[in-house]
Every structure is written in structure tokens, then in C-alpha cells.
Design a protein around this ligand. Structure first.
Ligand code: BQF
Length: 296
């Protein structure tokens, strides 16, 4: 069994981005700029935003975080987003999720210009992804692909089972892996799937993104499978100073011995999510500058 750490993969991505970004800044005199919108004070969201800010700092990207009280109105957010859409300094825009219930997440995300949509959630980008056209691809699925590539895990002809059908992970990773180039056979399972265990047990590669701590136990897994655990769940742990620990959707301790390779939590896919956000920010900046040049 091999543990698929995210760190070395993310480091390789950061190294490449540093080079690519230096070249970009030199030739355009423009520094990539990420705008982050954070609503409320959920500690997990705040810590994710902090990791994204640190990643920007490491690469020398400019960034601005727009913080709002929980009670912020939809109109306020929509007006900020349209200002950011129109601001030529801003290359990437992301709204940290989840948003409070009184806000219409879809409406807000769809307001972000597709060219600046570094999370890849806009319908234009989702459509292009499904069609196999160039597009901004959601960060976690992109991170999973990078990990598979780095660790030389063959996907062609393999049976990939995706558990979870979220817009952020399940749907896009499924849609990517059956494209030409990856050539996997993909099955998508979700909360209403019957005989889930029988299906997951067929997987050569099992990708789990359901947000249920330690849900996948050895009886869900084929001997020798590769496991990608996307879950990041806080569970109470009185033995830790913070009072909680992070666990995945997979019961790593019990499942790992049965696998060929498995991602840990923390330190697995999550690390890649942030690295790929930086990748998307630079890609958006490059595309934006090309277009600015053509118009000039
Ligand atoms: C790690 C996220 C659920 C809901 C909203 C490194 C991150 C996480 C874990 C991170 C996530 C999860 C992010 C680790 C961003 C991934 O060491 O294991 C980094 O920052 N993530 C998010 O922005 O919103 C979420 C999960």
C-alpha cells in the first residue's frame, strides 16, 4: 500500500507556476490577482481562505479578500461581483462556499464572469468541461487528475466509481475521467444508489466525495483498488487541543491495507485543491491579458 500525499504533487505544481508566473509578469507587467469573497465567520471557511491567501503570497500573486457579515444582502454581493467582473486588475474571483441559507448560491455564482470563474462553477465552464473544450476546471477535480498523473496511476479502460454527485467534485471528476485522454469507464453513485457496496467493490479507482466521516469501510473496496478520499470532516476529539480532528469519508486505518494506493486526510487531495486554484488564477490572467492585447 502506498500513501498518495498531496504535498509533493502540490510542490511540483507550485514550482512550475513560479516559473510560468515570472515569465507572465515580465512580459505583461501585470501581476495575477485573485479576489476572494467570504461571508460570515465559519472557522473552516476562514481557514480555507487563509490557505488560499498564503498560496497567493508564496507565488507573488496579488489578492484581496472581501469579508461580509452573515447577514449581507444578495444585492450587495451581486454589486461587488459585477464591480470585480469589470475591474481589469482582477483576474480571478471566488466566492467561498458554503454561503448562508438566505443567499441564492447559484444566482451569486452565475454572476461571476466565466473568464474570471477560477472555481469553474459557471454554466459556461461546466458546459465546456462536459464538451471537452478548454475551460476553467473546478480545483478539486483538477487536483485529483494531477495526483493520478504524478503517481502514474493509469485511468485508461479502468472502472472508476465516483461516490457523490456534487457540482464541485462528483459531477466534474466523472465528466473529466471519461473524456478522451483519461478514457476511464465511470460509474456515479449517490445517496439513493441501491446496493452501493456491490458497485464500489467493482472499482479499480474509487473516488469518494460525500462528506460522511469514515463512511467507506473495507467491505466497500476491492482488493488492490486505488482510493481517492475527497472528504474533509471535523470530528470531535477531546484528546486534541483544538477539540477536533480531520478525517476523510474513508476509514483510512482499516481500508488502507486492502488498497494499492490511497490518499490521506489531511494532507491528500485538499492540498491539491489550493494549488490548482493558483493554477486557474494564472490561466485566467494569461487568457485575460491575451484578450486585452487583441482589443488594444
Ligand atoms: C489538507 C472545502 C468543503 C467545503 C468547502 C489542505 C484544504 C483542505 C485540506 C483546503 C475545501 C477543502 C476548501 C487540506 C479548500 C480543500 O491538508 O488536507 C487544504 O483549503 N481546501 C474550500 O475552500 O472550501 C471547502 C471543503
Amino acid at each position: 500500500m502506498k500513501t498518495l500525499w498531496g504535498k509533493p504533487v502540490a510542490e511540483a505544481v507550485y514550482l512550475q507556476l513560479e516559473e510560468e508566473s515570472a515569465r507572465f509578469i515580465k512580459s505583461t507587467n501585470h501581476v495575477p490577482h485573485l479576489a476572494v469573497v467570504l461571508v460570515g465567520s465559519d472557522p473552516a471557511s476562514s481557514s480555507y481562505v487563509e490557505m488560499k491567501e498564503k498560496a497567493c503570497d508564496r507565488l507573488g500573486f496579488d489578492h484581496a479578500t472581501y469579508r461580509f457579515d452573515e447577514s449581507v444582502s444578495e444585492a450587495t454581493l451581486l454589486s461587488l461581483l459585477s464591480k470585480l467582473n469589470d475591474d481589469p486588475v482582477v483576474d480571478g474571483i471566488l466566492v467561498q462556499l458554503p454561503l448562508p441559507d438566505h443567499l441564492d448560491t447559484t444566482k451569486i455564482l452565475d454572476t461571476i464572469s466565466p473568464q474570471k470563474d477560477v472555481d469553474g462553477f459557471h454554466p459556461i465552464n461546466v458546459g465546456n468541461l462536459l464538451l471537452g473544450n478548454p475551460s476553467l476546471v473546478p480545483c478539486t477535480p483538477l487536483g485529483i487528475l494531477k495526483m493520478l498523473e504524478y503517481y502514474e496511476i493509469e485511468t485508461s479502460g479502468k472502472h472508476v466509481v465516483v461516490v457523490g454527485r456534487s457540482h464541485i467534485v462528483g459531477k466534474p471528476i466523472a465528466a473529466l475521467l471519461f473524456q478522451k485522454g483519461w478514457d476511464a469507464t465511470v460509474t456515479i453513485c449517490h445517496s439513493k444508489t441501491q446496493n452501493l457496496r456491490d458497485i464500489t467493490s467493482l472499482a479499480d479507482i474509487l473516488i469518494v466525495a460525500i462528506g460522511k466521516p469514515l463512511f467507506i469501510t473495507p467491505d466497500y473496496v476491492k482488493e488492490g483498488a486505488v482510493i481517492i478520499d475527497v472528504g474533509i470532516n471535523r470530528v470531535e476529539d477531546a484528546g486534541r487541543s483544538r477539540g477536533y480532528r480531520l478525517v476523510g469519508d474513508v476509514d483510512y486505518e482499516r481500508v488502507a491495507p486492502k488498497t494499492t494506493a490511497i490518499t490521506p486526510v489531511p494532507g491528500g487531495v485538499g492540498v491539491m485543491t489550493v494549488a490548482m486554484l493558483m493554477n486557474n488564477t494564472l490561466q485566467a490572467a494569461k487568457k485575460g491579458r491575451n484578450e486585452a492585447e487583441i482589443l488594444a
